[in-house]
Design a protein around this ligand. Structure first.
Ligand code: PEP
Length: 249
């Protein structure tokens, strides 16, 4: 039985004041119990405050990115050891914004995935196709390449300590959600791809859907057999909406 996860990616949003209000709403909203794991992903400078506010609650936290390198002369980067100082449970690797805007290749993403696991932090590996790739008929090739880079570097068993998020790029921040059937089709493809290496790992793997998840569409997405929760962007900045999504599990 896979325990669903609902993860809120705040991207480059928030302030000390706004995150206090947001987390107060979320922690109050989940205090009566939830059937999923849940976590928030603040910008780096707020990790300490998030840790302070969430310690002792059911809400976990993580980072949106991490360096694949050990500490050293890498201006602007953040090492896994630094995330451990703030007791991050998770780290997102390979978000499409990192791949598209900051040139992160699948090989770099695989190294980040490896660095996270080595530190004992659960990587959430994002994969997904652009609209052009979907319409061009190469969606499965693109997603397979993103998965295979990690499998080749780390081996299939590594997925036992990891989460995958399928995020069609055309659905991120656009308001265009994949239909539950479209998402399920790709989730089944991802699980099938893992199963060609190890059926047990594939059956255990949590695969989240991300792309304009909202309170109003979460339940029908999460009801699909291969969708194990969501990676939520915009809607995670609204406390009530995020709680509604968590409770849709
Ligand atoms: C995301 O950033 O991972 C995401 C899914 O964003 P949104 O929910 O806003 O589409």
């Amino acid at each position: 039985m896979r325990r669903p996860l609902v993860a809120g990616n705040w991207k480059m949003n928030g302030s000390l004041q706004s995150i206090q209000e947001l987390l107060a709403t979320i922690t109050a909203g989940v205090a009566d119990g939830i059937k999923a794991d849940c976590a928030v992903f603040p910008p780096f400078p707020y990790l300490g405050e998030v840790e302070r506010l969430l310690s002792g609650t059911v809400v976990r936290w993580g980072a949106q990115n991490v360096s694949q390198r050990a500490p050293g002369a890498f201006t602007g980067e953040v090492a896994t050891a630094m995330l451990l100082d703030f007791h991050c449970t998770y780290v997102i690797v390979g978000h499409s914004e990192r791949r598209a805007l900051y040139g992160e290749s699948s090989a770099i993403v695989a190294e980040k995935f490896a660095a996270a696991r080595k530190a004992g932090i659960i990587p959430i590996l994002c994969v997904g196709e652009t609209l052009e790739e979907r319409e061009g008929g190469v969606m499965e090739t693109v997603i397979a390449e993103q998965l295979d880079a990690v499998i080749e570097l780390e081996g299939i068993k590594a997925f036992d300590d990891a989460v995958i998020a399928y995020e069609p790029v055309w659905a991120i921040g656009t308001g265009k959600t994949a239909t539950p059937e479209q998402a399920q089709e790709v989730h089944a493809f991802i699980r099938g791809r893992l199963a060609t290496h190890d059926a047990d790992v594939a059956a255990r793997e949590r695969i989240l859907y991300g792309g304009s998840v909202k309170g109003s569409n979460a339940a029908e997405l999460f009801a699909m057999p291969d969708i194990d929760g969501g990676l939520v962007g915009g809607a995670a900045l609204n406390g009530q909406e995020f709680v509604t999504i968590i409770k849709a599990v």
